[in-house]
Ligand binder design. Structure first.
Ligand SMILES: [Zn+2]
Ligand SMILES: [Zn+2]
Length: 72
């Protein structure tokens, strides 16, 4: 069921493939709570589907900042 700890009853169905591209099957639909669902649609986050372990949501890496560099 993925990494979400919310009760299943709270979940919303998220389609990995938009309907516009023909993703109207059960295979691409996964239950997410609204917290994870919002992030699944956020370009800063990346949702990966695992065949056996459900899904995983990760924040994309940012390249804009370097850690620990003093200015000047
Ligand atoms: Zn969705
Ligand atoms: Zn969740």
């Amino acid at each position: 069921m993925g990494t979400c700890e919310r009760p299943f009853a709270w979940s919303e169905i998220h389609h990995l493939i938009p309907w516009a591209r023909g993703g109207d099957t059960d295979l691409d639909a996964i239950p997410l709570c609204s917290w994870h669902h919002h992030r699944a649609h956020d370009p800063r986050w990346h949702l990966t589907q695992h065949p056996l372990r459900g899904w995983e949501l990760r924040a994309r890496e940012r390249r804009s900042r370097r850690p620990g560099r003093p200015q000047g």
